[in-house]
Each structure stands twice: as structure tokens, then as C-alpha cells.
Design a protein around this ligand. Structure first.
Ligand code: DGY
Length: 324
């Protein structure tokens, strides 16, 4: 019988689908597997149901032995998987595109609004008992309507955010390698610098690649407007964390709302945790019941297809796979 490793607790109905066809090992510990545990747990696996903070590299693939056919990521981003190493070994890599687009866009737009109107900071203010009377000059935010939103990465999620922003009266500009299929009233800027200089809000929606790692660092914060808000729901390493902390401290930008950080989670004692002008969230952009269930189902679909000798329905390296 094939063996499948699932690296976190998942929806039981989807685990039952796997159990019907494979010996299914679910790692149920509260924390992610250590490197040693992962290398041990993958031995003899045909499939791995992986999550964003599992580093699935050549060593993990080789530790599984010759049997590994599929690595299915629970998510649309798969930067934690070495896809070149997988392709060299004829291992299919699957992901879950499309299903979380609207959920992630809802969340990014919620963060734009929450950061603009300083909601998390205001909540902390009330909880600390500091709200004593109406104060007309306290906790003033930034209007959403009439402001300019700069979208970095105008793919599926970026475009969905553009739709929400336009409907809320924002001017939208975007920076993307190619012109978007549907610009939705947004204007493509000639450069990232141009977008940063024009935007009141900047939201990140590009994938993490060697080209986008550290895309927003010291120089980019210097180009942003001093009242600007940065929202990152894509991947932490796209933004240089130290440069961000410095930019927020010196007033180069006003506010940041981060669903993703580098490192993730942000360690205890990190300067960002002490700052009032930052909202920090635990990578929950796709975390609704409906969407996470669909992601789990798609991940299992990808694994089961491979167990049946077929390419996963959502395969990112299908052109390199010689079975299926
Ligand atoms: C995704 O789908 O990429 C989410 O960030 C979860 O990892």
C-alpha cells in the first residue's frame, strides 16, 4: 500500500479519502515537524501533503526513497518546495490555485481598511483603559475613498483586490511584469519606484521568487510617502523586515499591516511587536472554513491522482513529469 505523509492536522473527511487508498500518517503535534522529524517521517512515502513552513528540498525528497511521486502543497504559493529538484526526480508538485482568490482578496482589502483607520491600534487603546473622553484629534486615520492604492503583482489576487478598491472609490495603480488581462480601471506604472511614490496604500500580491525576495527594502521605503500604509499578505521575505522596522520607526512610512513576516512567526522580543503602527496577523488570509476545506480537498485530489498514475489536476511542473 502507498504511504502518504500529512504534515499537520487536516479535515478528517479528507484524511478518510486518503486512508481509503494509502497508509496515511498525520503529524498531529502542535508545532511543525523539526527537520530531523521530517526526514524520518518521509521515509517510504509516495505522497507528501505539505504546508507552507515545511521546507521540502532535495534532501527531504531523497530521504523518502525512490517511491515519492507527488508533493501536494496546501496553498497556492509553493516557494517552500524546490520544484527544480522535484522535476529532476520526476516528482509532481501540486498546489491549490483559484480556490482562495476571493477569500485572500477580501482579507487583503480588510487589512487595507483596518490599517488606514488604525483599528487594531484603537482596539488596544480601549483595552488599555486609555479611552477617557472624546478627543477630536486622536487616532486620525487615512481615507480609503479617494486614496491611491498601489498593487504589486496584478495576478488573480491582485486583480480581485483592484476590483474591491475601485468599488470603494480608490484610484488604483499596479506594477506587474506584464499588462494585466483585465486592468479593471487600474493604471500600470512604468516602474516600482513610480508606484511607491504615488501610492497612499501599497499592497503586495506577487509570488516569492529569487527576483522578488527583498523587493521592498530601505531604498523603497525612502521612496514611499510618509503617510503611506504597507500591506503584505503575500510572503514575508518580499519585504526586508529590518528595513521596514526602521522605516516605521523613522517615519518614512506611517503604518504596516502584515499577515506574513520574515521570519514567520515573528520572534518574541522583535522590535515590530513593540510598535503601535503595525498590525501583525498569523498568516490567515485564506483561513475561512469554506476555503480551507476546498484547499484540503484539492490537495487530496492532487495526491490521489498521482497514486492512480495520473498527473495532479493542479500540477506546477507537469511538463517535466514523464509518468501520468
Ligand atoms: C497560500 O495559499 O499560498 C497561502 O499563503 C497559504 O500558504
Amino acid at each position: 500500500m502507498a504511504k502518504v505523509l500529512v504534515t499537520r492536522r487536516q479535515f478528517e473527511d479528507q484524511m478518510d479519502r486518503l486512508r481509503a487508498e494509502a497508509e496515511t500518517v498525520v503529524l498531529t503535534r502542535a508545532a511543525p515537524a523539526t527537520r530531523e522529524e521530517l526526514l524520518e517521517a518521509v521515509k517510504g512515502c509516495t505522497g507528501i501533503f505539505a504546508h507552507i513552513n515545511d521546507r521540502i528540498d532535495a534532501a527531504v525528497m531523497d530521504a523518502s526513497g525512490e517511491s515519492l511521486k507527488v508533493i501536494a502543497e496546501f496553498g497556492v504559493g509553493y516557494d517552500n518546495i524546490d520544484t527544480s529538484a522535484a522535476s529532476e526526480r520526476n516528482i509532481a508538485v501540486g498546489n491549490t490555485p483559484g480556490v482562495l482568490t476571493e477569500t485572500a482578496a477580501d482579507f487583503a482589502f480588510a487589512l487595507i481598511q483596518a490599517a488606514g483607520r488604525r483599528l487594531a491600534e484603537s482596539d488596544r487603546f480601549v483595552r488599555r483603559g486609555e479611552w477617557k473622553w472624546f478627543e477630536p484629534l486622536d487616532l486620525l486615520g487615512l481615507d480609503i475613498n479617494g486614496s491611491t492604492l498601489g498593487i504589486i503583482g496584478m495576478g488573480r489576487i491582485g486583480s480581485s483586490v483592484a476590483r474591491r478598491a475601485t468599488a470603494s472609490g480608490m484610484n488604483v495603480v499596479y506594477f506587474n511584469r506584464n499588462r494585466a488581462k483585465d486592468e479593471l480601471g487600474a493604471r500600470r506604472t512604468g516602474s516600482l519606484d513610480e508606484l511607491l511614490a504615488e501610492s497612499d496604500f501599497v499592497t503586495v500580491h506577487c509570488p516569492l521568487t529569487p527576483e522578488t525576495q527583498g523587493l521592498i527594502g530601505t531604498e523603497q521605503f525612502q521612496r514611499m510617502r510618509s503617510h503611506a500604509v504597507l500591506v503584505n499578505t503575500a510572503r514575508g521575505p518580499i519585504v526586508d523586515t529590518d528595513a521596514l522596522a526602521e522605516g516605521l520607526r523613522t517615519g518614512e512610512i506611517a503604518y504596516a499591516a502584515l499577515d506574513v513576516t520574515d521570519p514567520e512567526p515573528i520572534p518574541t522580543g522583535h522590535p515590530l511587536l513593540e510598535m503601535e503602527n503595525v498590525t501583525l496577523l498569523p498568516h490567515i488570509a485564506s483561513a475561512t472554513v469554506g476555503t480551507r476545506k476546498k484547499m484540503s480537498q484539492m490537495t487530496v485530489d492532487n495526491i490521489l491522482a498521482a497514486l492512480h498514475g495520473k498527473l495532479p489536476p493542479n500540477c506546477v511542473n507537469g511538463e517535466s513529469i514523464t509518468w501520468g
